[in-house]
Each structure stands twice: as C-alpha cells, then as structure tokens.
Design a protein around this ligand. Sequence first.
Ligand SMILES: [Zn+2]
Length: 310
Amino acid sequence: MLIRILGAAAGGGFPQWNCNCRNCADVRAGKPGFRARTQCSLAVSANGTDWVLLNTAPDLRQQINDTPELGARRDGGLRNSPIKAAVLTGGDVDFIAGLLDLRELQPFAVYGSTRVLATLAANSVFNVLDASVVPRRALPLGSPIAIEGAEGDTGLVVEAFAVPGKIALYLESGAATENYGSREGDAIGLKVSAPATGKSFFYVPGCAVVDEELAARLKGAPLVFFDGTLYTDDEMIRQGLMKKTGQRMGHISISGSAGSIAAFEPLRVARKVYVHINNSNPVLDDNSPERRATEAAGWEVGTDGMEICL
Ligand SMILES: [Zn+2]
C-alpha cells in the first residue's frame, strides 16, 4: 500500500492567504526551516495505479498537479484519471471543497457519513458532480466496507469510526446547544486496510481527545496520521489570531498532560505522523524547540509529498 500526504496543513493552509503571523510571514519570506503546506488530504493506493483520496481539500488541483501519479495518464483515454474514489471524514470546507475540482464528468465515487452526504446534498454547487457519473455512497460507522471506484474495486477497505470532535464551523447551531449541535459521526477517523497484504493504517485528522475507546483502537497500530492542529490549546489566543481554544474548535493539542504526545505514549504505535497542522503551530519551524520536543517523542511532522509504503 502506498500512502502520499497531499497536504499536511489545517484549514487555511500554510501560509494562509490573509495571515501575517510569524510562521506565515517567515514561510512567505523563504526563511530556512519553513516549508509551505497545502490543506489536509492523503492519497492511498493498494496497487500503485488506482488511487483513493482521503478528503478533498480546496488545494486539490494544485495537489494533483504536484503528484504525477494522480494526473491523467498519457497512455490512457482522452479523458482519464487514476483517482477512483474520495472518502470524506467531515463536512468542513477544507475536507470537501476539492470535490469541485473533480468536475468534468470523470467517473469516481464519493464516500461520506450520512451527515456529510446531507451537507453535499444541501449545497447545490456540488451538483456539478453529476450523480449518474459520480455516485455518492454512505460510509457506515463501525463496519468496514470495500471502496469501489465507479469502475470497480480499489483493493482498499475503509472502516469509519466516530471520534470525539465537533461539527464543521459553518454548520454550528449556537453555543446554547450541546457542543454546538455536533452529533456522533461529525468527526470521524478512518482505518484503511489493503486485504491483499493485510496492511493497515489510521487517519484521524480531527480529534478533540484520545478517549479510552480511541486509545484501544489505535494501540499497537503500525501507522497513524493524527490531528496536529495546535501545539498548545491557547496558542491562537496568545498569538492574537482568534478568540477560540483548540478544545473549542474540536482539536486536541500536541503538548501538555492532556495532549496527543502524552496520550499516545502508552499506545506503542510504530509510526506517528502529525497532519492537519495549523499555521500558528510552532512545530512548522524545523528549528523550534517545540519541533525538537515533538520529534524526540517519536513523532514526525507531516509535509506535502511525504510518501510511506506499508
Ligand atoms: Zn498564520
């Protein structure tokens, strides 16, 4: 199984178009130790030719152009694509907007929870993906399903499972409702398996806390891509960027006693990679003490183009 990080940044990307925080200013200026990153997405292939996208970021067109394996094949038909399916883990703009780049009547399948499919159905702009060409299929929680392209099996099986988290910002129903109207399945993780080889990995780009259920699921895993949005819960407040904590946004922090480094410590996960990294996060500076601490704890900080073969 081949896994390619298409984008390792959180919503807004790195740098974010209107952001002049120190990280964004430094990456824009080309300062050594800073690398730009597009918004969060992975591509996975069981056979090296057919690919499944895990989320479709607003940067998808750039990501495809930066990844030769995902472009139309020279030896293929006049219109062709190795992208056979897209699996969505939530209704956030940075997870679904890239679907709009996949118009042009190219067959592939879209998988999402019933909540995410309802969001697509409620926004008529997504009808540019003709349902007779691009079927939308429900992704059940807790039961593995084979991911079928529009023209056959991809050789990958995905199990979606609910993780503690929050509904997409633009769907929030107000502070008066419990957790802003979030329901189970608004934040999900994926276990992706290739039955032919027996290999599997986890993709959890948004998660508020590693509870007992999630810890049990991830224990001993060979590879986990995990929510690296913030290093500390209040970093966006301290930097004057926003009035919200990470917890308010549904994201666990990397550091601290309640952070993901501490939570993963007893789980013996063989390879741990942070993705969905917000532009405020000091781990984006290759030379920061926070970056050193993160790597010393056995974590990798994801970059666009990073490829892992399982
Ligand atoms: Zn910034």
